[in-house]
Design a binder for this molecule. Sequence first.
Ligand code: GDP
Ligand code: MN
Length: 358
Amino acid sequence: NRNVETPHINSQKTQYLDTISASHERANATFYTLCRNEELYQMLETVQNYEDRFNSKFKYDWVFLNDYPFTDEFKRVISNAVSGEAKFGQVPASHWRFPDHIDQQKVYELMDKMDSENTTGDYLGLPIPYAKSISYRHMCRYQSGFFYKHELLQGYKYFWRVEPDVRLYCDIDYDVFKSMEQNGKRYGFAISMMEFEKTIESLFKEVKNYLHMNGVSQLLNGTDNLSDFVYDELSDDYTLCHFWSNFEIGDLDFFRGREYNELFNYLDSKGGFYYERWGDAPIHSIAVSLFMQWDDIKWFSDIGYRHPPYLSCPLSEEVRLEKKCSCDPSQDFTMDAYSCTRFYQDIVKDKQKSQGGN
Ligand code: GDP
Ligand code: MN
């Protein structure tokens, strides 16, 4: 029976896709990548993969930013692969340097200390990634508080962040941006996990100070945000959970808004991007979890996605066959002990039960 029906389904699907490319109205959205010239060929593989799995059907633009000017080769090769318009920009120097209040001597001392301790301490016992990298710290601060201010992103409402070397493993036959818009979603993720504690030791204390100063109660139980994802009431501290920001689909108006920027400016004034090594993922995740409604956030469980070393692969074989996924479900990270996605699902289930929402 299935065999008889399959060609019929496929021809319907092909017709549907033809209709999409002919008359589809796109959302106001773009892919966004920050990368280096040296990453050209890793980036090219990724762009080709995103085009094959998704974008050749929808033709969204793609904004590339770099702290150096992109080479002509980079622009030629990448433009040729992007089906929408590819745009290339440079990060303003003022957004990629130590702010004046930072004591650089202290940064170097603390970096040496972080490097010599040389272990994440909390769970894996691995060296702390990028313990001694200044550029990584500039990058994390840029992705936390500046990318959405770049002129090339100004006209857009949604962005979908991509990095060199990431992969999509399943066909995406629907317009992901449109589905965000139509379902009122403002932040989407594929993978979540726990942060290396040593990189964010004072972050949540500062978040609490900020909230306290402003007399706001985003951490209180019973609010309709996702605070439980980031705030553990028992320890009165950070859960270490964050959405992995190398894949994120977000509402730029949220990041450009007053609430987000006031929090960012406060955190930036505390120096933790440099004295510690605050990542943009915990910053985005904390803000999204506190300031958005819980059901503004979407887990894209249907999108096979990998950023080394972790993979999100749909566990249902039916889904994998239908979407022609090429990932190995036994390698899926979602149920791993250091993933936060089961925790996320539990919180959402509770919210749905008590509010009858979504
Ligand atoms: P990880 O994913 O945390 O291991 O960090 P990555 O090395 O992948 O960096 C995150 C993103 O920022 C990637 O898209 C990189 O290409 C980009 N990136 C990191 N450092 C720099 C830098 O110094 N200059 C530029 N232009 N991009 C960078
Ligand atoms: Mn990366």
